[in-house]
Design a protein around this ligand. Structure first.
Ligand code: ASP
Length: 463
């Protein structure tokens, strides 16, 4: 049976089998030393003179995958390294079986791979992910997600998956489109967020929903943006702004104190700053409130609240500042009904900001159909457009929909900040480059003429 390297300390004096990679190999002639690595850590091994393992040991190289039979010995007193994992023990190698050989890797994974060119890292991402830094980023991401799942389950939330092939939902970005083969000339859109589905789940009586959806937005890629990214998405029936903010604030505190105890949250409860104050005092709608920007372990969360509902467009019309489904503040209801004083209509919207990055946002929604229609009218939609684009929402809101509100977090940005990484690409297993390319899979790519014919699509110009 296989023993994980982290458990070897418990097996002193016993014969064990470990499986993993050769991290380092040092041939000293008489003795051959190894560091072996598996998902749980590293251990030193040694082939003693006269061992039957010597012949195989001599031909192995770093990054070969091996099965090793060995005896767990206590190291001689002078060689002990008590502060290191398995620093007090050593594996006396009895047998090595090679499971897979490895050519010289395209780059050294013994470093944090930061100095390696991005194109090579992405082309060999599966190798890049072997570095200690990337292993930690992925494993901690999994820890964060499972803590969150437990938190929501303990608070009676239901995790619901929503479709990837759907219809465009307006989050203010360009859609990715997927052609329909059965109805030529028709397209699905990939979701920019599950906004409409999660609201409709409130009509369904789910009451407390969460999900970790993939969201797709065809925007220019930046350090904190990817064509596809992962959200935590939440919606709660009968909720107030305070309630949604409390649920998320408590969860953020729990993530940090449980999984990142070395970090310090600057202020609890998180300060709440009205949008107008953020703009006048800091000149941005996502202020960086850190008292000491040199401290990599300082987390300054804040809420930005009281957002204007509409923004002027270049063409002199109005667009929504966050989400067309946001409700307005009580004091703005009369203005919304009369479509007057539009620049001063305030949304029941809140954004959560961390160290100068927007890591989430949400609102109490507009669940009254006549009020929602007013929003679409202000946005300049015709009656026909409103019905074709949002008819299902307006209808649902006439069939017993509770008041509701929610929030979505950008999980990649949160993980990036928790790990002091410069880009969300460092916390996503298989990200796209700055140009939206996947060098490993070679995507996007051309498709066959047959595929295009089947879809009824003619490509007029190739880049
Ligand atoms: N769906 C919104 C977004 O993706 C968040 C929300 O209002 O819940 O930005």
């Amino acid at each position: 049976m296989r023993t994980y390297i982290k458990d070897l300390e418990l097996k002193k004096g016993e014969e064990v089998i470990i499986k993993g990679w050769i991290d380092i190999r040092r041939d000293q002639g008489k003795l051959i030393f190894f560091d072996f690595r598996d998902m749980s850590g590293k251990v030193q091994g040694v082939v003693l003179p006269g061992s039957v393992a010597k012949e195989t040991a001599e031909k192995t190289r770093p990054e070969w995958v091996v099965e090793v039979k060995g005896k767990v010995n206590e190291r001689p007193e002078k060689n002990r390294q008590a502060d290191k994992q398995n620093g007090n023990i050593e594996l006396e190698i009895l047998e090595i079986t090679v499971l897979n050989e490895a050519e010289t890797l395209p780059f050294d994974i013994g470093t944090d791979t930061r100095e390696v060119g991005e194109e090579v890292r992405m082309k060999y991402r599966y190798v890049d992910l072997r570095s200690q830094r990337m292993q930690r980023n992925l494993r901690m991401r999994s820890e964060v997600f499972s803590l969150m799942r437990n938190y929501f389950r303990d608070s009676n939330f239901t995790e619901v998956e929503t479709p990837i092939l759907t219809k465009s939902t307006p989050e203010g970005a360009r859609d990715y489109l997927v052609p329909s083969r059965l109805e030529k000339g028709y397209f699905y859109a990939l979701p920019q967020s599950p906004q409409q589905y999660k609201q409709l789940l409130m009509t369904s009586g789910i009451e407390k929903y969460f999900q970790f959806p993939k969201c797709m937005r065809d925007e220019d890629t930046r350090g904190d943006r990817q064509p596809e990214f992962t959200q935590l998405d939440v919606e709660i029936s009968f909720a107030t702004e305070e309630e949604v903010m409390n649920v998320t604030e408590n969860l953020l505190i729990k993530i940090v104190t449980t999984l990142y105890p070395e970090k310090k949250i600057q202020q609890i409860p998180f300060p709440k700053i009205p949008y107008a104050e953020a703009m006048s005092k800091y000149g941005v709608d996502r202020p960086d409130l850190r008292e000491n920007k040199e401290d990599p372990n300082l987390l300054a969360f804040c809420w930005v609240i009281d957002w204007p509902m509409f923004e002027k467009t270049d063409k002199g019309g109005w667009t929504f500042s966050h989400n067309p489904f946001s409700g307005c503040k009580k004091g703005s209801e009369a203005d919304l009904v009369n479509k007057s004083n539009i620049e001063n209509i305030m949304a029941a919207q809140y954004d959560i900001v961390l160290n100068g990055y927007e890591i989430g946002g949400g609102s109490i929604r507009n669940h009254r159909p006549e009020m929602l229609k007013k929003v679409f009218e202000i946005l300049g939609y015709s009656e026909e457009d409103i019905n074709s684009k949002f008819g299902h929402m307006l209808k649902a809101f006439t069939l017993g929909t509770p008041p509701h509100g929610g929030i979505a977090w950008g999980m990649d940005r949160l993980m990036m900040l928790l790990h002091n990484e410069a880009s969300i690409r460092e916390v996503i297993a298989f990200p796209k480059t700055g140009e939206g390319k996947d060098f490993m899979m070679d995507a996007p790519s051309t498709v066959s003429a047959e595929q295009l014919i089947e879809l009824g699509i003619t490509v007029t110009k190739k880049a």
